[in-house]
Design a protein around this ligand. Structure first.
Ligand code: 5RP
Length: 227
């Protein structure tokens, strides 16, 4: 079972790499699925492809450097041609929950300036309604308890994400509060409500950012474009 899931992730991630063309600035996603894309792009670069990458986390940066992918930051370009990233949940409108790997902040900044955002998933990530996967909310450490309280008032059933018994610290030095909404009726409204709470840096709802989803189900690949 586990073997199948891993190969589906690889299949969808590598299929997305067909859209990477010479000269592009490419957003490099984070997570076990996106990792397959970074490795494949690394191979393409070693075979002569000329691209420049912008990573969405320290983890991805290290991997991309090890793979020999030239990296830049936003001082060199304010836009990205194509980003390949994973998701924790994605619905039929290509709206998503991301941030299971705690990289939602950089991932959202990168997605927001990407002309194309290809999301690579296996079938298990596809849902009718977002909300079963805990929705990550990134908060600054100061006053996180106040934000936590507000999230309780919004019926988010919040949990501070821990790492070895201590608050998990993101690449930007923030904490993550995971919310268990179960069913998110209006993702766009909730995204806005969450980001209005003082102390919230960003949340894991990605609305209207994915332009193409590639789903692997066994050996079958399905591509869906945003309407
Ligand atoms: C990291 C993310 C990942 O894209 C998401 O968690 C999916 O990860 P995986 O491909 O390992 O299932 O948003 O912050």
């Amino acid at each position: 079972m586990k073997k199948n899931v891993i190969s589906e992730k690889q299949l969808s991630a590598e299929a997305a790499c067909d859209y990477v063309k010479d000269g592009m600035i490419v957003g490099l996603g984070t997570g076990t699925t996106a990792e397959f894309a970074v490795r494949k792009i690394g191979k393409l670069v070693r075979d002569g492809l000329s691209i420049r990458g912008i990573p969405t986390s320290n983890r991805t940066k290290e991997l991309a450097e090890a793979e020999g992918i030239p990296l830049i930051d936003f001082s060199e370009s304010m836009f990205i041609d194509l980003t390949i990233d994973g998701a924790d949940e994605i619905d039929g409108n290509l709206n998503m929950i991301k941030g299971g790997g705690a990289a939602l902040l950089q991932e959202k900044i990168v997605a927001s300036v990407s002309r194309a955002e290809i999301i690579v998933v296996n079938r298990t990530k596809l849902v009718d309604q977002l909300g079963v996967f805990p929705l990550p909310v990134e908060v600054i450490p100061f006053g996180w308890q106040v934000v936590f309280n507000q999230l309780e008032s919004l019926h988010g059933n919040p949990d501070l994400r821990l790492n070895k018994g201590k608050p998990l610290v993101t690449d930007q030095g923030n904490y993550i509060i995971d919310c268990h909404f179960r069913k998110i009726e209006n993702p766009k409204l909730l995204e806005h409500q969450l980001n209005m709470i003082p102390g919230v840096v960003e949340n894991g709802l990605f609305i209207n950012l994915c332009t193409k989803m590639i789903i692997a189900d066994g050996e079958q690949l399905t591509v869906k474009d945003r309407n």
